[in-house]
Design a protein around this ligand. Sequence first.
Ligand SMILES: C[S@@+](CC[C@H](N)C(=O)[O-])C[C@H]1O[C@@H](n2cnc3c(N)ncnc32)[C@H](O)[C@@H]1O
Ligand code: SF4
Length: 387
Amino acid sequence: MVRPLSPDPCSLKPGRGAVGLYIHLPFCASRCAYCTFVTSTELGLLPRTISALCRELDLMGSRSGRPLATLYLGGGTPSLVPGGLLRQVFQALDRHFPRLPATEVTLEANPDDVTPERASAWADLGINRVSVGVQAFCDPVLAMLNRRHTAVQAREAVELLQRARFAVSVDLMLGLPGMSGGDLKATVSEVLRLRPGHVSVYLLEMDKPHALGRMAARRPDLFPDADAAAQQYLAVGRALVGAGYRHYEVSNYALPGELARHNLRYWRRRPVLSAGLAAHGQSGRRRWAAPDELPAYLEAVERGRLPRSWSSGLGEQEVLRERVMLGLRLSRGVREELVQACMAEAPAFREKMEDFLALRLARRSGDRVRLTPRGWLVSNELFAALW
Ligand SMILES: C[S@@+](CC[C@H](N)C(=O)[O-])C[C@H]1O[C@@H](n2cnc3c(N)ncnc32)[C@H](O)[C@@H]1O
Ligand code: SF4
């Protein structure tokens, strides 16, 4: 059940503890073949959108003003935003959201945007972590994905950011068309050689329409089947864990001390405010999202309103299910008593969970239940039984 709650979390009083803040920067130089994120290639709209974003931050800040534990600039392609416009965003932030010495400030970057000048401007703004969309260290695969960079550019971007002392995260994708076993090995060895502090590994998602989905309908032979993609996921995981990375979440690996603190806030259900087109936020039981159409977003903010396409509150049972689902995404798992409460609540989930335990896709450990890497691969089946 979804029921309305008030007030909007952006009206929470100052001094109630640090929060996370996600800012969506919805522009890209071109559209990648697999991407369904809310983003536009009409770069002429950037200045007006950034002005609206700053206004939104002012609207939020005048009601909240809480210090930031984490700030995440995602997209779209935040690395594409010219320095002057990015500075405006940070000026608006600094008017309302104090940053602490330990605030994690992440910017998503495409390799072709990473230059010494930009890296130095990012560091001057206080950005201390860069998440680089590498996808694969293999040029024919990158070309098929319509990426704008080569494997060499991706390697050089990571090296430049490491020399500039950013914490670096690398995104990889699996289940891609035309990626041979050799390409995958080359990608993994390049990652291990570069040794970024954090690696995200995503299996190609096909649930929303995109160009690769249409290609898969025409040329299924170019794509690994589900078993082969699963083998890729397990093999990459073994290689990263063997090299000292901790597989701490379904899609995420980190060296000690390098966990993505912003993303952990979502999985641990901590407050994350949001700003920008289509941005989603959460605080306690409340969830909300901004409109995902630019005209509706601009109109709301330019009229002095917080842009919301919906805002709702979770009921007690939904909170319980969400806790279990998010907890099982993490390697530390979730307290058994919560799993038991969900099993009592949802017979289909009980049945699935029992199957998972019997098949060793899940295991008990102390007072917790965790999924194994093979369990994570099929976790959608388990989570579907919860809703
Ligand atoms: C917001 S996007 C990327 C940020 C940046 N614009 C870039 O492309 O490098 C974050 C990551 O999601 C992953 N991703 C995007 N679409 C995906 C899909 N259909 N299936 C799986 N992973 C996807 C990619 O690894 C991508 O780097
Ligand atoms: S650059 Fe990133 S956000 Fe933009 S289309 Fe490509 S994957 Fe999507």
